[in-house]
Design a protein around this ligand. Structure first.
Ligand code: DX5
Ligand code: ZN
Length: 232
């Protein structure tokens, strides 16, 4: 997997049919998704529960490309090995999940996965500078984590400052929450390259009728690339 800042659309299966994850992952990839974003919630760090490593392992064979696992759990460290063994390409942990994010990121890299750091809307960039050498991705949350379908919180200033901090390092900037064809251009212009979208990708479609997934992915991508002046 070579590093690229090209726009990547990462559908969140939080908005998929939970009884049909395998088919949903295949459907969004067939319809043009670049990555598949997998939201793990524990009912403790966030007020919602989804699933754990066993479900991730079951989903893995149905994803051809990148499996991007977003851990909204605390503690994180006891579960890293489990998610790595489940086949996660990226494992992202929250800055707010505990006092030892440095140790957590070390453990993620040691597990063989790429390391991501997520920042809630209320969290600034303090401390990120000290972690840059251990990061493959920073996820800037544009909603408070826990649920799909929430209203976008504009983090333009944070993303612009993060983009400057990253410079030429091969670290992705991912945006998560409330991404639509209206909000994607704002974030792409600020410097994001991975756009997570749940409801805006899955709306109107199903495994039996996946074409709307493709139309939704194309319209988010076109809006983001249009903002960058990429020919679409
Ligand atoms: C929020 C999750 C997001 C969420 C995005 O806690 O981390 O990945 O699924 O969903 P939408 O795109 O509907 O805001
Ligand atoms: Zn997420």
């Amino acid at each position: 997997m070579s590093f690229s800042r090209a726009i990547k659309i990462a559908p969140s299966i939080l908005a998929a049919d939970f009884a049909n994850f395998g088919a949903e992952c295949r459907a969004v990839e067939d319809q043009g998704a670049d990555w598949v974003h997998v939201d793990v919630m524990d009912g403790h760090f966030v007020p919602n529960i989804t699933f754990g490593p066993a479900t991730c392992a079951a989903i893995r064979p149905h994803i051809r490309g990148v499996m991007d696992v977003h851990l909204m759990i605390a503690p994180v460290d006891p579960y890293i090995e489990g998610f790595a063994k489940a086949g996660a390409d990226f494992i992202t942990a929250h800055m707010e999940a505990g006092p030892h994010i440095h140790r957590t990121l070390q453990a993620i890299r040691a597990s063989g996965a790429k390391a991501g750091l997520a920042l809630n809307p209320g969290t600034g960039l303090d401390g990120v500078e000290n972690l840059l050498d251990m990061l493959d991705l920073v996820c800037v949350m544009t909603v408070n984590p826990g649920f799909g379908g929430q209203k976008f919180i504009d983090m333009t200033d944070k993303v612009q400052r993060l983009r400057a901090l990253i410079g030429s390092r091969p670290i992705h900037i991912e945006i998560d929450g409330g991404i639509t064809p209206d909000t994607a251009p704002i974030m792409a212009r600020a410097g994001a390259d991975v756009l997570v979208a749940g409801s805006a990708v899955f709306k109107g479609g199903s495994v039996a009728d996946p074409a709307p997934y493709g139309a939704n992915i194309r319209s988010i991508r076109a809006a983001a690339e249009g903002a960058l002046g990429v020919a679409v």
